[in-house]
Design a binder for this molecule. Structure first.
Ligand code: ZN
Ligand code: ZN
Length: 437
């Protein structure tokens, strides 16, 4: 699995080799970060550190997230480097092959290994930090140390000692619905790096509560991005190679009066005499974000009704794509055994629901903002250093995707000349300033 040719250690994850980090490296996934959030905050002068990076020639491109544009599939693509067709996490929520609907959060759901697990197996210090605990178990597959903001006050951050993440940070964790829960995730990563030894590869994944609530350029959004930028400056000062991307974008999904712009798929089919069942893969424990309404849905119907159901749904205003499962597997790089009979995507301002009676139980927030479709695929991808020109040249013609960010950082930004032993070398540990200096 590993080799030390050219004095560099490499590991393999899902058929792709990765050069072990030569210096502390972090990938930060800003949940729900449509490009417009960064643009608006930069224009307001709220992000001086990011501005300096961009002015100094950092690598910054428009990239794409996975479809459906939800949190779990994209976070897992980012840490495995492969599409959902390979890793098997097709949503936050799904109907399994036995017909049982459930969250996609179990380690046994993951069909691929993470890059972090491959490094961890070779003794390179890695850490996963996530705001939402729903992701933590998936990220910890392979024995990777992982911690969430939600459990920061209670779970030890082993093997970084018996202390909890909150002990390391030195203040209690905010609530998951506080605006700065994601900023605290960045603080956990910094505290672990400073106090428990240098981290080779760190992953920090946010929550999109702010983005679900606030449009780009709002006071709270800019406050959030300003705090992010403050921590970004600290990471850079600590010598981190930094990659920034998002799991998906975010768009307004409401009418002028603030009510959701919504297609109720089961009701639409029932009017045509078809009994259908919709599964909403945005569904997760954080219903205050979106009321389970996103711009993507699976529909299950009797085989004999499928083509007519596709025609009816496809003709509904605000639906941009209605595919058979087979077509969706090909178009979106999804595993054909884990998806529904029909895939439905909504347009920039449309969300998809089940039935009026179903959503009456937990109505969505007013002025809904959400994601899940093609219009939330565009995302930023920023690296604090430029990959080598020949590395980029070898990838010419391929779209930039969030799932390639570790390839770009670890393989593309590695210096060409013989590097000293990487992180994980017992002989030459990287020295960092002690905490508080
Ligand atoms: Zn998300
Ligand atoms: Zn969300």
């Amino acid at each position: 699995m590993s080799s030390t040719e050219h004095s560099r250690q490499t590991v393999v994850a899902n058929g792709q080799s990765y050069i072990a980090p030569q210096k502390p490296t972090v990938v930060i996934t800003i949940d729900g970060c449509a490009v417009e959030y960064l643009t608006a905050a930069l224009e307001k002068g709220c992000m001086p550190n990011l501005q300096a990076l961009l002015d100094g020639g950092a690598f910054s491109v428009d990239a794409l997230s996975e479809m459906p544009s939800f949190t779990n599939p994209n976070n897992i693509s980012i840490v495995t480097g492969v599409a959902p067709a390979i890793h098997g996490i097709v949503g936050n929520y799904y109907r399994d092959p036995h017909g049982v609907e459930r969250q996609l959060t179990q380690p046994s759901d993951l069909r691929a290994s993470t890059i972090h697990a491959a490094l961890h197996a070779h003794g390179i210090p890695v850490l996963m930090v996530t705001a939402k605990d729903k992701l933590r178990r998936l990220l910890s597959v392979g024995g990777v140390p992982s911690v969430s903001v939600e459990k920061a006050d209670s779970l030890p951050i082993a093997p970084y000692g018996d202390a909890t993440a909150a002990d390391l940070v030195g203040r209690p964790a905010p609530h998951i619905y506080d605006w700065d829960a994601s900023i605290y995730a960045m603080d956990i990563g910094l505290a672990a790096h400073r106090q428990a030894g240098p981290i080779g590869l760190l992953y920090v994944s946010f929550t999109d509560y702010v983005q679900h609530r606030e449009p780009p350029g709002s006071a709270l959004a800019n406050q959030f991005y300003s705090a992010f930028d403050d921590r970004l400056g600290i990471y850079l000062a600590e010598g981190f190679l930094v990659g920034i991307t998002a799991d998906h974008g975010m768009n307004a999904k409401h009418n002028h009066d603030g009510s959701p712009r919504l297609i109720l798929l089961e009701d639409v089919l029932q009017e045509a005499g078809i009994k259908g069942h919709a599964v909403l893969p945005i569904t997760d424990p954080y219903t205050a974000h979106h009321g389970a309404l996103g711009s993507f849905a699976w529909v299950y119907v009797d085989r004999t009704d499928r083509d007519r159901a596709i025609e009816i749904i496809g003709n509904a205003a605000g639906v941009t794509e209605a595919y058979t499962g087979r077509e969706a597997a090909a178009a979106y790089e999804l595993p054909s055994d884990l998806i529904g009979d029909i895939a439905v995507s909504g347009d920039r301002s449309m969300v998809l629901g089940r039935s009026a009676s179903f959503h009456a139980a937990s109505p969505p927030p007013g002025h809904l903002r959400s994601h899940g479709g093609r219009y939330e695929q565009p995302i930023p991808l920023i690296l604090s250093e430029q990959p080598r020109p020949e590395f980029l040249g070898s990838r010419a013609g391929r779209p930039h995707r969030n799932r390639y960010i570790h390839d770009l950082l670890l393989n593309g930004c590695t210096e060409q000349q013989e590097a000293p032993s990487g992180i994980g070398s017992v002989q030459k540990p990287i020295s960092v300033a002690p905490f508080g200096e």
